[in-house]
Design a protein around this ligand. Structure first.
Ligand code: 13P
Length: 253
């Protein structure tokens, strides 16, 4: 059975105080979520340690939104995987489209980050997804295939089994325009097929693939009902504890 996961990506939002209040509320409300659903929050680096400390004895897990592509040293402003892990995080988002677009992150860098994250026992949440022009030109499968092949297909089988994939069509991020459940399903099953062709069915069937892009309490259930959708990577709606928890309650029973 694949893990069902709801991960919040807070992006560049919340002060430390607001973040701690938010995660406390998420913790309180999480008692209503089935215990096999994994819940992850990804605050900004400034409050990662405080958040990870405050959730220590709870079911909630903490992740970072990025990590450095180097182990340690003279890289002013960067945060290493060892620091993230020592801060108490268990997950790290890698290759978010905003990192690719605004910080020019490319596949070789993302591959390096994934390897470093795994070496520090962090679970990478690897993001992929096409721009609107690709979808309009019916090139969305090709675009995502390249992203997967250039990074995940370069890993060893035992490494790839530790990864979570997030499919986030860029045209759906923060736009209020969600992929239809059918669009999500066909891409998730396409991604799983790429993994199966490279690593075999058992590995492919063990990897959780999350959907991200304007996922809300109103649309999560129909998206999560699809067989290859194993949860969501949630942006805006993860900043509201009640909405985030409502999404975590949206898995088919
Ligand atoms: P929204 O849920 O705000 O569309 O963001 C999705 C996302 O980018 C999560 O990483």
């Amino acid at each position: 059975m694949r893990k069902q996961i709801v991960a919040g990506n807070w992006k560049m939002n919340t002060t430390p105080e607001e973040g701690i209040a938010l995660v406390k509320r998420i913790m309180e409300l999480s008692t209503s979520v089935p215990s096999d659903v994994e819940i992850v929050v990804s605050p900004p680096f400034t409050h990662l340690y405080a958040i990870a400390s405050s959730i220590k004895n709870s079911r909630i897990k903490a992740g970072s939104q990025n990590c450095a592509a180097w182990k340690k040293g003279a890289y002013t402003g960067e945060i290493s995987v060892d620091m993230i892990s020592a801060a108490g995080a268990s997950h790290v988002i890698i290759g978010h489209s905003e990192r690719r677009e605004y910080f020019n992150e490319t596949s070789p860098t993302l591959l390096e980050k994934i390897k470093l994250a795994l070496s520090s026992d962090l679970t990478p949440i690897f993001c992929c997804g096409e721009v609107l022009e690709d979808r309009d030109a019916d090139m969305h499968f090709d675009a995502v295939k390249v992203q997967i092949e250039e990074v995940l297909c370069k890993l060893k089988s035992k490494e790839v089994q530790k990864i979570i994939i997030a499919y986030e069509p860029i045209w759906a991020i923060g736009t209020g325009r969600t992929a239809t459940p059918e669009q999500a399903q066909e891409m998730h099953s396409f991604i799983r097929k790429i993994m199966a062709d490279k690593f075999g069915d058992d590995v492919a069937n063990s990897i959780s693939i999350l959907y991200g892009g304007s996922c809300k309490p109103t649309n999560a259930a129909e998206i999560f009902a699809k067989p290859d959708v194993d949860g969501g990577l949630i942006g805006g709606a993860s900043l509201d504890a009640a909405d985030f928890i409502a999404i975590a309650q949206s898995f088919p029973q």
